[in-house]
Design a protein around this ligand. Structure first.
Ligand SMILES: [Zn+2]
Ligand SMILES: [Zn+2]
Length: 373
């Protein structure tokens, strides 16, 4: 049975902080903008801080430290640790520990942001309430060996306050006096913290609620192009949950995944290495598996239909699609077992075949609707 939301265990520090940030971002920042507007300096500082802190969470906290999906030289680790702290999302040790438990226990009680406890809980509720006894930090022993990580764990609140809030205010003062200081604090500081935090929270809530599940329906994670726009490419969450150690979340070349592009660029200048990629055949195999599951579910639905003539023709069509998928599955499975790299042409062919089967399946569903009316 699910544990109830621990309403009697409010984390007052987190709650007060988030309440204050929200109030300042939604009321004080717009009042400032109404009176003083946004000059080029304030705009530049806001954009820099959104990118630096947002990407430090996705590229650093998430893909580098939580999933070890690539290796990074110290300047990258230091940058993402400093600006990751400025997102006010805790130290990387705590963040990665929660996140690793999220992957291990997705949709179950031990998942800190378990979506089955409701959208609000997954989005922000889990931060407002303490879970007692506090889960041990027993899954981040590897991170404790990194001296930079341990340094950040000691100073993350100080870094967040000085670099995340006081520095933009100081830079604003140098550029525009006291009004500039207030602008720097409210826009590049507070409003930016609010924006980046909400984007991160959406990954835990919306990315487990809206979108497609092309790789697996084992858990609630979903792929959404729309969400990738607000999350530096983390919107391809269905793929990510199936293959969490891949440095790419948007694995298709056309997927919008700025974090993946940034890691690739860092590797080209020698600041990142050992980029982990799941072989193409393995990814396609997951897609075929999912397509088969859908076709079988459709076949079961058709079998339950009362319309005998329709049942026969639709079943026959779906059986054919299943045969096609079985051939595809076999070829891909052999390629995975023998560790044979799939040629680009073969990958494109199988990919096209899976797409066509899913389209046919959709057409069969569409045709069935008038029969049911
Ligand atoms: Zn997730
Ligand atoms: Zn993850």
């Amino acid at each position: 049975m699910k544990k109830l939301v621990p309403t009697k265990r409010v984390d007052w520090i987190n709650t007060a902080f988030l309440f204050l940030i929200t109030l300042l971002a939604l009321i004080a920042a717009p009042i400032y903008l109404w009176h003083h507007g946004m000059n080029a300096f304030q705009t530049g500082m806001f954009v820099f801080y959104v990118l630096a802190t947002g990407m430090s969470i996705t590229l650093g906290y998430h893909r580098l430290f939580s999933h070890l999906s690539f290796k990074a030289k110290w300047p990258v680790r230091l940058f993402t640790l400093v600006f990751g702290a400025c997102a006010f999302e805790n130290s990387v040790i705590n963040w990665a520990s929660d996140h690793r438990r999220h992957h291990k226990h997705t949709d179950h009680d031990d998942d800190p942001y378990d979506i089955s406890k409701g959208f609000f809980w997954a989005h922000i509720g889990w931060i407002l309430f303490k879970v007692l006894p506090e889960p041990p930090l027993d899954n981040v022993a590897d991170l404790r060996k990194d001296r930079l990580v341990m340094w950040q764990a000691k100073w993350d609140k100080v870094i967040a306050l000085t670099v995340g809030l006081m520095l933009p205010a100081a830079l604003g003062y140098l550029h525009g006096g006291p009004t500039g200081a207030l602008g720097g604090f409210l826009i590049a500081g507070v409003l930016r913290v609010f924006v980046v935090q909400q984007c991160t929270f959406f990954i835990n809530s919306l990315c487990h609620t809206i979108g497609r599940q092309p790789y697996s329906t084992k858990c609630s994670a979903r792929d959404s192009f729309l969400m990738s726009l607000f999350t530096f490419g983390e919107g391809y969450h269905n793929y990510h949950h199936e293959f969490q150690h891949d440095y790419r979340n948007g694995v298709k070349p056309w997927n919008f995944d700025p974090t993946k592009w940034a890691i690739w660029c860092l590797s080209k200048v020698g600041l990142a290495s050992n980029l982990r990629r799941v072989p193409h055949a393995k990814i396609l195999l997951a897609e075929v598996n999912e397509a088969r599951r859908r076709a079988e579910a459709e076949l079961a639905r058709v079998a339950a239909s009362e319309d005998t003539a329709w049942k026969e023709s639709a079943s026959e069509a779906i059986e054919k699609l299943l045969e096609q998928l079985a051939d595809c599955y076999q070829a891909l499975e052999e390629s995975v077992a023998d560790k044979v790299k799939l040629s680009r042409e073969a990958a494109e062919r199988w990919s096209r075949e899976i797409r066509e089967v899913l389209e046919h399946l959709g057409e069969i569903r569409q045709l069935r609707l008038p029969q049911l009316a």
